[in-house]
Every structure is written in C-alpha cells, then in structure tokens.
Ligand binder design. Structure first.
Ligand SMILES: *Cc1c(COP(=O)(O)O)cnc(C)c1O
Length: 393
C-alpha cells in the first residue's frame, strides 16, 4: 500500500505482505528451512542460509521498518539480543551516555559486559538536558534513551536529545518498547535506531520472546545486518510469524489498554491509600507536556505507590485479575513488584534514590474490562485498611 496518509490502524493491517504472491494466502508462510537450494552456484538465489536471511523473518523486518518509518528492520531472538547486537557497532575506548532508569537487562549489559571490552558509559538523568550535554565526551558514540522509562514512566525529550547527540557526532538509540510505533515513532523525531522488546506490546500475548531494531541511518543499515549475521542472534521463522500475527492487532489492543489505563490511573489517584500514581496521562506528571508532544497517547503501563512492603503483600495476596509476574504489554493485565522483580539486583540505596520503594507496584493493563479491575483493586485495597486496623493503625 503506497498511500501514507492512511492511519496507522489501517496501515498495520495492509503492508507489503498482504498476501503471499505464489498462493494468495493471506498469512505470511512460515518458511521453516535452514538452507535453500541453489540452482546455479554462479548466480546464487536471494536466500542461502536462514541465519543470513529467512523469508518469514524478512517479512516481519520489512513490516516493522515500514511502521516505524525506517529503511531497514531486523528481527532478533529477544529484545536483549537486538540491544546487545546494536552495541556491537562500538569499539574499545568508545563511550555511551545512557539513561539511569534504563531497563535492567540493558543496565547489566552496559555496566558488566561492555565494560569488560573497554566500552565505557555514563548514566544520566535524561529528563535533564544539561546533564546529557555535560556527560557527552569526545569519544561518546551513542546516546541511549528509553521513554517512558521503567518503572516511574520518566519522559525524555527525544528530539532535543537527538539534536544534542547529532551535534556531537553521536548516534541516538531509543528503546521504544513501552510505546510501539502505534504511539511513538522516534525516527521521525531524529533518532537513528529504534529498539524493541517485541515480547511486550508488539507480539502482545505473553507467548513469544523477540526483539526488533529499525534504522534510517545508512551506516547502521549496513553494519547492523552484518553484526546480526556475525552474532547469529536471529529470530526463528515460527516466532517471526507469531510477532507478525500479534502486530495485526497492535493498534486496537493498545488503544483499548491505554483507555483502561487512564481510567485505572484516575481511580488510583483518588484513593486515600495510594500515595502516588505515575502515568503520562496525569497533568501533574513532570513529563506530561513533552510526552504529549512526541507521542500519540500515554500507553498502558502505570505505577503506583502504597505505604510499604506490608501493604503491597496484603494487596497482592487479595488481588484476583492481573497475573503477578515480570513482563508487560500483554492481553492479560500484569502486576509486578519492581523492588523484588525487575530491580531486585540493584543496591537498595540506588533503588530508593530512583523512587523504587518497597511500596511501588507496576501495572501493565491488558484487555479486561477496566471496571472489573477497579472493582478487584478496590476490594484488595480494603484488605490493607483492615490490616492497619488489626495492627492498631
Ligand atoms: C523486556 C524489555 C527489554 C528486553 O527484552 P527481552 O525481549 O526480554 O529480551 C528491553 N527493554 C524494555 C523496556 C523491556 O521492557
């Protein structure tokens, strides 16, 4: 489909792989093959070996590139495979400026692994442009953004940081997992590389682990496929197909979940036992205006703070609807406890400094009726009240 004026809702369904040209099948065929017959070794065919290229994976790569507005898309075995392979563009003595509330796996990669290869880093508060500017060194090659960030939904101004990075000859990488191209397209804002854990909203059903990368930068478009082939961190054909299938309903899932997240945020914000709620839909959120400028909606992940660990324990014991797990972006709501899950490996002092207290919970809103979740939460919050009475306030 060539008309770019169609909305995302339509374009997500009608891409370059609308039907299979050989059979007319309206679902991309799963080419479960490792190698491809070469009729003439002087003129090898388009595909030779599936690590280097597979038609099912390629269909996904073309679709995500189209939706992010990039030239080249790549599908990896996981979000971390996409992120770590992208960092392999760097060399010894290069430097990375990275947001301090980056995803835990990326924190570990940069802090523990890249460091061993002589690639240095500086963690900064990316909401502070002055701090970003100060952190950039002559050997800085990448400025790494995540927005909204986990778990307090801090917002980074993508175009301002990308401009700063470009002025210093650095690439801007953006982890767009929380938004997806349905809500935010970082390449349009000046970023060079968009990264995804497709495990989350893009695939959307808690049934596949996958990663995606999209670029419009000619140098990255050349280097990254080379590195993907060199490292072999590819997504298999069956998993590629699952992500393609998830992608078709991305827009309607995210719209529904976002709407519900707004309702749940309002409910929690009014509840006397909830000390704080974090969601970019709140006008009191410090990143509200930046987020509204660069994204098409607040998304379906929110966090809220109860008094302490005892309150969290009581609440999670009584809450019925969400699954209690790590991960996010699925059809079912997922409740997680950052202090004991995603940020468990972080030293307590660092954790508290970032606002990740023992009372903080994160909710990824799924497709349940929001009124049911509110009813469930209301009942569970009442249990904290009775606990307080038992303990004498
Ligand atoms: C889950 C996640 C990742 C890592 O992706 P995997 O698919 O689990 O490897 C990276 N960034 C963010 C923001 C995530 O939520």
């Amino acid at each position: 489909m060539t008309d770019h004026s169609y909305s995302f809702q339509t374009r997500v369904l009608h891409g370059n792989h609308k039907f299979d040209p050989t059979t007319g099948a309206v679902s991309v065929p799963i080419q479960q093959a490792s190698t491809f017959h070469q009729a003439d070794f002087d003129n090898p065919g388009k595909y030779d070996y599936s690590r280097s290229g597979n038609p099912t994976r390629e269909a996904l790569e073309e679709e995500i590139a189209r939706l992010e507005g990039g030239d080249k898309g790549l599908a990896f075995a996981s979000g971390m495979a996409a992120i770590s392979t992208s960092f392999m563009m760097l060399s010894k003595n290069d430097h990375v400026v990275i947001t301090e509330d980056v995803y835990g796996g990326t924190f570990r990669l940069v802090h523990e692994v890249l460091h061993r290869f002589g690639i240095e880093h500086t963690f900064v508060d990316m909401t502070d442009l002055h701090a970003v500017a100060t952190a950039i060194q002559p050997n800085t090659k990448v400025v790494y953004i995540e927005t909204p960030a986990n778990p307090l939904l801090n917002i980074t101004d993508i175009s301002a940081v990308a401009k700063l990075a470009k002025a210093h000859g650095c690439y801007t990488f953006v982890d767009n997992t929380f938004m997806t191209p349905a809500l935010q397209r970082p390449l349009e804002l000046g970023a060079d590389l968009v990264l995804h854990s497709a495990t989350k909203f893009i695939a959307g059903h808690s049934d596949v682990v996958a990663g995606l990368a999209v670029t419009n930068h000619p140098e990255i478009a050349e280097q990254l496929p080379y590195l993907q082939n060199a490292f072999g961190s590819i997504l298999g054909p069956h998993d590629s197909w699952l992500v393609l299938r998830g992608l078709k309903t991305l827009d309607c899932r995210l719209k529904q979940s976002t709407e519900s997240a707004i309702k749940i945020t309002r409910y929690l914000d009014d509840h006397p036992l909830v000390e704080e709620v974090y969601h970019p839909s709140l006008t009191t959120h410090p990143g509200y205006s930046t987020h509204n400028y660069q994204a098409d909606g607040p998304g379906a992940v929110l966090s809220f703070r109860l008094k302490d660990a005892a309150a969290v324990r009581e609440f999670s014991k009584h809450v019925e609807i969400p699954v209690f797990a790590v991960s996010l972006g699925a059809v079912e709501s997922i409740l997680s406890y950052p202090a004991k899950m995603s940020h468990a490996s972080m030293p307590e002092l660092e954790r508290l400094k970032r606002g990740i207290t023992d009372g903080l919970l994160r909710l990824s809103v799924g497709l349940e009726k929001p009124e049911d979740i509110i009813k469930d939460f209301d009942r569970a919050l009442q249990q904290i009240n009775s606990l307080e009475v038992e303990l004498g306030g």
